[in-house]
Write a protein that binds this ligand. Structure first.
Ligand code: HEM
Length: 562
């Protein structure tokens, strides 16, 4: 992208193309609010509009979106990029709610599909209408309660323990890329559960997918991508072909599994296998095969699910640990919450063990981090509300899908009175909206997980956290049981999208976070292992939010608290 920016002649070409396209397409009904043109964002230029902004790195683009949000509040502003349909940048939850409730009106449209077609084809992210419904149904079957139980009770503890063992081998040694470790967990999980394939974060497919994702994301910022790719698209085309080949292998494997099953008992049901995990392995691809039939469509769908589930979750956890490196007080609270949970578990197993007085610290035995047989299945979003709040606060500040684009399928008027002609492009930036002081208050820029917990008056035995909560404006003064409370609508906090197309994997992501965060925080001390300031990490251009250069940390064994 940096190279592209230097090519001023692109801008000239873009300007000429704009004029030509306008001349060819004739007058259009303009975007208006109450008859007036919309205000323009900062740094809008004549002719090229916001085109140059979009040519910057995506990290800089996110900052620019944030600047717009700070300047305009909830106001909708005009976006213009040469060669592209007219557009708006929306900020208000009311407008976004309207979009979520009218998903047939605001679709990905040609604008998005054209750019992501090579990578995702007919996959769920690109699909509309009946084809989308079929894929969604197959995905819902895969993410059902029974499969999620196998995830939390069998698959995740197994893969997480493997990664914890790997971290132990690096104790006291050189830097470890924590992003890679986390990516490995989500890759193995999705590979096995969804496709019955053994997959790893550093295999050829994964690397090619990362590259193709970055190049696809650049298409959304560079209006001249079809020309640029003629010259520099070789690596992209090579990556896409590796990805597609892998998609075909996933499908071939699924067809083979199905054949084996049929010859065994004449059904398409799950193979009779020993472990719970084996029984559900490949259930996504089998559901897709049944629902879609066409093997190319199944391959597209499978690859899209992989990106949706694996990358988002691995990256969300990476940013969570990045924030925890900066907030040792949150680390202490997570440990206290885990200690409290383990202690209560001890008491449940041995009722003769007297409960400690309410304000006393957790017992040494429960707080012993060397405990090798830590039961990871105890760690759930319900049993660890503060930890879950930490995850959500990280998702707020670092949303794995940082902005969204939709295209208007018919002329319409948004709740704030903005008129949009057919074909208009609608953009919202989660990165910016989730930092809005209007929605989140004056401390919107601060990392404060406490915003997602409230006192738990129900005295439920499953809600055992003892994180400190704000009571009557006294931060950290009140101690007691808390429960997780999102407290925001999907339009205010759109990290998992909203309406009919809301994320299908939210529960899966929460369940993974509720085990991975405490397992790492409980057993290890992490410290930054990169040059430069603590706050210096940024994201590379991608469809999601990978950390550029990974998250290098040094790992030490956690000291025993007594
Ligand atoms: C922290 C983790 C995650 C975040 C932040 C997240 C966020 C999102 C967002 C914003 C969308 C809308 C994307 C769009 O259409 O442009 C989405 C859709 C989707 N997500 Fe997630 N997701 C996460 C994890 C997962 C997981 C673990 C899965 C499971 C495989 C999953 C499956 C899906 C699917 C299938 C869709 C498409 C839904 C549809 O179009 O009907 N996601 N997700």
């Amino acid at each position: 992208m940096g190279l592209v920016v230097e090519y001023g002649n692109y801008i000239a070409i873009a300007a000429v193309l704009t004029i030509l396209i306008r001349a060819v397409s004739g007058p259009r009904r303009a975007i208006r609010r109450n008859g007036e043109p919309l205000r323009k964002p900062p740094d809008t230029l004549p002719l090229v509009g916001n085109g140059i902004k979009f040519l910057q790195s995506r990290w800089d683009l996110l900052s620019w979106f944030d600047k717009c949000q700070r300047q305009f509040g909830y106001e909708t502003v005009a976006l213009s990029v040469p060669t592209l349909p007219p557009g708006v940048l929306i900020h208000s939850p009311q407008n976004l709610d309207f979009v979520f409730k009218n998903e047939g009106l605001f679709t990905k449209g040609e604008f998005v599909k054209k750019r992501s077609w090579d990578l995702f084809g007919n996959g769920i992210i690109n699909a509309d209408g009946d084809f989308w419904k079929l894929q969604r149904k197959a995905g819902s079957a895969f993410l059902n309660t029974a499969n999620l139980r196998v995830l939390t009770e069998v698959a995740l503890p197994q893969y997480l323990s493997e990664s914890v063992e790997e971290l132990k081998t690096s104790l006291g040694g050189g830097a470890v890329d924590l992003q890679h470790v986390l990516h490995e967990i989500t890759t193995k999980l999705m590979g096995k559960m969804a496709y019955n394939m053994e997959m790893h974060a550093n295999d050829d497919f994964s690397k090619s997918f990362d590259f193709a994702s970055g190049a696809t994301a650049e298409r959304f910022q560079n209006p001249l991508w079809p020309i640029t790719e003629l010259f520099v698209g070789c690596e992209f085309r090579r990556s896409v072909s590796i990805v597609k080949e892998f998609g075909r292998r996933i499908v071939a494997r699924a067809v083979q599994d199905r054949g084996e099953q049929r010859s065994k008992d004449g059904t398409d049901g799950p193979l009779a296998k020993d472990s719970k995990l084996d029984q559900i392995s490949g259930s996504l691809i089998q559901s897709l095969l049944k629902a879609l039939g066409n093997e190319q469509h199944v391959a597209d769908a499978a690859l899209t699910y992989l990106s949706a589930g694996r990358d988002t979750t691995g990256q969300a956890l990476t940013w969570t640990f990045y924030l925890l490196l900066q907030h040792p007080e949150a680390v202490s609270k997570i440990r206290a919450e885990v200690a409290s949970l383990l202690l209560s578990q001890e008491q449940r197993q041995d009722p003769s063990h007297p409960p400690p007085p309410p304000s006393s610290p957790p017992s040494p035995s429960a707080a012993n981090p060397t405990d090798a047989d830590l039961d990871l299945t105890l760690f759930t979003p319900a049993s660890l509300p503060y930890t879950t709040a930490v995850f959500y606060e990280s998702l707020r500040l670092y949303p794995p899908i940082p902005f969204e684009i939709r295209q208007c399928q018919a002329p319409t008027t948004l709740p704030d009175g903005t008129f949009l002609p057919k074909g208009a492009v609608l953009v919202w930036c989660l990165w910016a909206m989730q930092r809005s002081k209007l929605t989140w208050g004056e401390d919107a820029d601060d990392f404060r997980p406490e915003r997602f917990v409230v006192p738990d008056d129900t005295d439920s035995s499953t809600s055992l956290g003892n994180g400190e909560v704000k009571k009557d404006g006294e931060e950290g003064q009140g101690k007691g049981k808390v429960k997780f409370a999102l407290g925001k609508s999907s339009a205010e906090f759109p990290v998992f999208y909203g309406g009919a197309r809301a994320c299908l994997g939210r529960k899966m992501a929460e369940a993974i976070a509720a085990q991975v965060i405490p397992a790492v925080v409980w057993g290890f001390e992490l410290e930054k292992a990169w040059e430069g300031p603590m706050e210096g990490r940024r994201s590379q251009t991608s469809l999601t939010l990978p950390m550029e250069g990974g998250l290098p940390v040094r790992v030490r064994k956690r000291e025993v608290v007594s």
